[in-house]
Design a protein around this ligand. Structure first.
Ligand SMILES: C[S@@+](CC[C@H](N)C(=O)[O-])C[C@H]1O[C@@H](n2cnc3c(N)ncnc32)[C@H](O)[C@@H]1O
Length: 238
């Protein structure tokens, strides 16, 4: 036993040590269909990601096969995951989200479309990524991450140097990191951050053309109606 074992201040986390989250805790009501899908399908297709250190996640074990894996961070209501996974059966899609109604909605889509190549993790994407093996991902998708527009909230952004280094380490060589945002200033900050990562190469000259395989979601429709153009960024790991 050390003298610090009796130090009561050790029990209270230092304010600066508190986790900086990239998401807002949100409540949301679920439809009957979503409640049913969550109860019925989460045990088979879901994966709980508690905070803190935990057991490694083995993608091949999760999907029951060896196939390239796409990680979608912040899958929202799951429309993009379900559409892309349905059109791309040779790759496996691991979606991660904290918002339970969105997870339930994706499980419902998985069931209705009979998708076998989707799994849904509930929890903080950064905790999940830390548990994935290095080089295990073929692609990471980050579509319409919360923009955190105020300067004092920029530390909450998903795309920032330390997170990019973490994500890039989980990509296989040649794997892609694809981001999209409707927030012009965040798009430029993303480009600067991704350009500065020595292990990533821009697959295009600046922003990428909008890929037809990325479905238009509620966020994109709302942005376009409000006159905010959407920027895509596609980078490859060297
Ligand atoms: C603005 S929404 C976009 C949803 C979806 N990608 C789309 O295009 O419709 C951002 C989503 O990211 C989720 N999110 C943010 N940070 C996250 C994290 N660290 N782990 C898991 N989900 C996260 C939020 O809960 C939210 O649903």
């Amino acid at each position: 036993m050390t003298s610090t074992d009796h130090d009561p201040t050790r029990l209270a986390p230092h304010p600066a040590a508190r986790t900086v989250r990239t998401f807002h805790p949100r409540r949301g009501r679920m439809t009957g269909r979503q409640t049913d899908a969550l109860g019925r399908l989460f045990p088979t297709y879901g994966l709980e990601i508690p905070d803190g250190p935990g057991a490694p996640v083995d993608p091949a074990g999760l999907f029951g096969r060896e196939a390239p894996v796409v990680l979608e961070i912040g899958s929202g209501m799951g429309e993009t995951t379900a559409a892309m996974a349905g059109a791309d059966p040779d790759r496996d899609y691991l979606a991660v989200e904290v918002h339970t109604p969105g997870i339930a909605n994706l499980l419902d889509l998985v069931d209705r479309r009979n998708l076998r190549n989707v799994r849904v993790a509930r929890g903080d994407a950064l905790a999940l990524v830390r548990r994935l093996p290095a080089g295990s991902l073929d692609a990471v998708h980050v579509f319409f991450p919360d923009p955190w527009p105020k300067a004092r909230h920029h530390k909450r952004r998903l795309i920032q140097p330390a997170h990019v280094a973490l994500l890039r380490g989980r990509l296989a060589p040649g794997g892609t990191l694809h981001c999209a945002t409707d927030w012009a200033e965040y798009a430029e900050a993303m480009r600067d951050t991704l350009d500065a990562d020595p292990e990533l190469v821009n697959a295009y000259d600046g922003f990428a053309p909008r890929p037809a395989h990325r479905p238009v979601t509620k966020f994109e429709r709302r942005a376009l109606l409000a006159g905010r153009p959407v920027a895509d960024l596609v980078y490859r790991r060297r």
